[in-house]
Structure formats: C-alpha cells, structure tokens
Design a protein around this ligand. Structure first.
Ligand SMILES: Nc1ncnc2c1ncn2[C@@H]1O[C@H](COP(=O)(O)OP(=O)(O)OP(=O)(O)O)[C@@H](O)[C@H]1O
Ligand SMILES: [Mg+2]
Length: 483
C-alpha cells in the first residue's frame, strides 16, 4: 500500500469573482521510501499540490489518503494529529523561530504532541546528531549559515519520526555546493522515509531522486522513474492524538519569548518607571499630612502664623485640589502606558505570523496556538514588574528618609547606619507582611501592587490571545512561502 495516494484532485483559488483552477484532477501514488521530485514552471501548481498533501489546504474534489486514512473524512483534531505524526516540512526560507534555541526549534513538533520537555529535548538532540549539528544545540538560528539552518529544519522535520518529508525548494536559498549537501542528506533520509521535493533544478532531480514528476498547468505531464527505489513498508503508525498540555505551552511560551534588554530596553524602562511613579505617588497621596509636615516645613517656619493653622490649610488645599488632580493624572498616565503596550503586543504578534504558521504546520491546533500566545506576555510582565519593584523599593526608602544626613553632620555615624537598617527593614516588613510597620511612615503593601499587576497581565494576555487566534484561523501555509 502506498504511503500517500491522491485521487483526481481539484483545487482552485477564488479571489472575488475570479477563480483560478490550479490542480485539474491529479492522481498519484507514492510508495514508502521513495524520493520524488516535482518539477514544473512557475505557477504550474507545485506548491499548491504540496500544500494540499500536507493537509493544511482544503480542496474541492478528489481524495488525499495518507497511510490508508482518507483526510477528507476526518475531524480537525485528527487531521492535526496526522500532520504532527506523519508530515515534516522543509521550506526554502527555513522558517526557524529566531528567538529560540536550535534545540527547542527542533523539539517543537514533539512539544506540540504533548511529549514532556526533557524527553522532547533528548529526542531533538538525536535528530540534530543525525544532521551533524548537535554541537549547535544551544545556539540561535540566526547565528548559523543557510545550509546549517536548513539542516536544523530537516532535523525538525524528522524529530517526531514523521514518515513523509515535504520540501518546497529546499535548496532555493543555497549555493550549489551547500545545496548538494542538503540533497545528499535528503537522499540518505529517503532510505527510511518518503521525501517529496519541489525543485526547479532538473539536474538535481535526476541525480538525487528516484522519480520525477513534471507538472504543467495543473496536470501531470510526465511521471518518470529515474532509479529503482528500494521500497520499504513500515508498520502503520499508531497515531498519537495528544495535544500540547498547558505546561508544555507555558514552557514553550517562556522559551520562545526572548526578552532582550538591548532590544526592549526603552520599552522596559518607560513602563516600569511610569508604574513606579504611580505606586510611589499613590503612597504619598495617602499620607499627605505626614508628607506636608515633613517636606513643606519651610512654609510653617515663619513666625507669622500658628504652625497648625498653616499646616491645616496646606493639607486641606492639597487634599481638595491637588490630590485628586494627581490621582487623575496618574491614572491617565498608567492607562496610556497599558494601552500603548497592548498595542505593541498586538503588533508583535502580527510579526509572528510565520511562527504561528510553523506551529500549525507541525500540528498545533488553533486553540493551542491561541493559548501559547496568551502565555507570552507573562514573562514580559514579570520582567517589567521586577524592575518596577526595585525602583519602587528604592524610592520608598528615600521617601522614608533612609539617609539622614543630619546624623552625619553631627558625627552620629552609628545613628546614620541604624536608620538605614531600620528603614530598610521596616519597608520590607510592611511590604511582605501587608501591615504598617512603626519604623517607617510611608507604607507600601504588596496588596497595593498586586491588583495593578493582575490588571496589566490580564489585559496583555487578552491582547495577545485575540490576534493569535485570528491569525491561526487564516490560511497560514501561504505565510511560509518565500517573501
Ligand atoms: N493563495 C492563493 N490565492 C490565489 N491564487 C493563488 C494562491 N496561491 C497560488 N495561487 C495561484 O495558483 C497558481 C499556482 O501557484 P503555485 O504557488 O502552486 O505555483 P508553483 O508551481 O509553486 O510556482 P513557483 O515555482 O513560482 O513556486 C499560480 O497562478 C498562483 O498565482
Ligand atoms: Mg512554489
């Protein structure tokens, strides 16, 4: 039995009132263990054929049967599982995720199949070894040459022991010498797997593949055996219909979210500084009487009026006018920050179209993709809050008079250091125990901050979930084509 059968396949594209009939009733049987090249002029339908075979693209008429299973009769979940278990992709543009290590790129199909991370990485190392790149496991893809990146992509295409490797011009972006290396590798793989490769190069097709199919205008013009294939017949694969669990998605989202401080530096600082100001000024706002007494002393030191009357006056004035004004400004500031970062996040996901497409190509369901992207902002928000907490902590120490320079002037060094210890201790205690410590005057409790943290993270999560879900619903396979 063939590993892949196509029967009278028709596929057309519709754009408005225009319909292009691209595949016009193609039938094919491909044996397990063969290396098939598909050639044809630009626009003859090669990529379309590959996309239909991959189960990612719908078609109007005909049948696609993979290892005896008729795709058109299956539910989406099962089709995802078939893609994950049977099909590996190799594209002209490699389509590796740049922010993630080579190892995790290779492990992706397993992670999406619910394999535990440790196990997935072990298998990824084995796959990397088989393409000769195990020493680059920790490196990010952009640090590798084109040929090396394509080898990583091939490792990803075989890591889940997929039986069919679909390659769309895998050597299109490489020089001849490197291309030959990749073709040798594919030839070697075709001893145990089925390789279907679209190429423009007839020389390469004749030298490396066993069978050459020429498409013209959506029909097979020529189907020629070049070398006799040693046909293998492996056992029918037991389909693992697992999907990535939440833990896998969470870990993957952390690994693939690169918080590069160089790149995000400004974003980070502005956001955490605004948040810090918000928190600290709120704290001061709640204790305006202490604040006025301490810092606006110069008003009351003149003998003209009774100290308390002036203090009272200033306090009431602040409370009635400025305090509410400050609050309003702060809330506007923080809302503005959150909205602008939400925007940044949404744009960021628009830029991840290719990554979403890769995830889908390797069997992720729409829901998994949405959840994965929903988890993405967690790492980002935690990083911002870490900075915010540090800044806030320092500011609260200062507001609480951590440095009493007067003590130094009167040479009371012991008092100076004791004060530092007391204020620091008081600030930490009141923050973590959520109570007022009597060592300090301006108190900040974790309960003051948690709600902002909660709101920010929830907004960011929703802001990522929606675009990711929308993108994953569209025809993602096109996003992986050459730009
Ligand atoms: N998503 C799409 N929407 C509309 N038309 C499309 C779409 N994808 C491909 N086509 C059209 O279908 C035809 C076949 O395209 P396909 O990409 O399959 O060709 P190809 O043989 O892979 O070409 P190339 O060698 O340039 O990659 C072309 O006329 C193309 O314009
Ligand atoms: Mg093409």
């Amino acid at each position: 039995m063939s590993i892949l059968s196509i029967k009278k396949l028709h596929k057309s594209y519709t754009h408005g009132s225009n319909t292009t009939h691209v595949l016009k009733g193609i039938s094919l049987d491909i044996e397990e263990g063969s290396f098939v090249s598909i050639l044809g002029r630009s626009g003859s339908g090669k990529t379309t054929l590959l996309n239909v075979i991959s189960t990612l693209m719908e078609y109007e008429k005909g049948k696609v049967i993979i290892d005896g299973q008729d795709i058109s009769k299956l539910r989406a979940k099962k089709i995802n599982a078939i893609r994950n278990n049977y099909i590996g992709f190799v594209f002209q543009e490699f389509n590796l995720v740049k922010d993630m290590s080579v190892l995790d790129n290779v492990a992706t199909p397993l992670i999406l199949n619910g394999v535990k991370f440790k196990e997935a990485r072990k298998k990824a190392i084995i796959a990397l070894t088989s393409v000769g790149l195990e020493q680059y496991a920790k490196v990010r893809p952009p640090e590798l040459s084109g040929g090396q990146q394509q080898r990583v992509a091939i490792a990803r295409a075989i890591v889940n022991d997929q039986k069919i490797i679909l390659c769309d011009e895998p050597t299109g972006a490489l020089d001849d010498y490197t291309a030959k290396g990749i073709l040798e590798l594919l030839k070697e793989l075709s001893k145990t797997k089925t390789v279907i490769m679209v190429t423009h190069d007839e020389e390469f097709a004749k030298t490396y593949s066993d069978r050459m199919i020429i498409l013209v205008d959506g029909n097979i013009l020529k189907d020629e055996i070049i070398h006799n294939t040693e046909i293998i017949e492996s056992k029918k694969r037991k389909l693992k219909e697992n999907t990535a669990g939440l833990l896998n998605l969470l870990m993957y989202s952390f690994l693939s979210m690169d918080i590069d401080k160089k790149r995000f530096g400004k974003t980070f600082r502005t956001f955490s500084i605004s948040l810090t100001l918000f928190i600290v000024i709120s704290v001061i706002n709640q204790n305006l009487d202490i604040f006025t007494e301490r810092y606006l002393k110069f008003f009351v030191q003149s003998e003209a009026a009774d100290k308390n009357i002036i203090l009272d006056f200033i306090y009431q004035f602040l409370e009635q006018n400025i305090a509410s004004l400050i609050s309003v400004i702060l809330y506007i500031l923080i809302a503005f920050c959150i909205v602008s970062y939400l925007f940044v996040f949404t744009i960021n996901i628009m830029n991840k179209k290719r990554e979403i497409a890769v995830l889908k190509a390797f069997g992720a369901s729409q829901e998994s993709i949405a959840i994965l992207f929903m988890f993405r902002p967690i790492k980002f928000t935690i990083a911002i809050f870490k900075d915010t907490l540090i800044y806030t902590f320092i500011l609260i120490l200062v507001v609480n008079n951590v440095f009493k320079f007067r003590e130094i002037l009167v040479a009371n060094y012991f008092g100076f250091f004791m004060n530092i210890l007391e204020v620091t201790y008081g600030t930490i205690i009141s923050f973590f125990l959520n109570t007022d410590s009597n060592l300090i005057e301006f108190h900040l409790h974790y309960s003051h901050i948690v709600y902002i943290f909660g709101i920010v993270i929830v907004l960011f999560m929703i802001g990522s979930l929606i675009p990711a879900y929308k993108i994953s619903r569209s025809n993602t396979i096109r996003m992986l084509a050459t730009e």
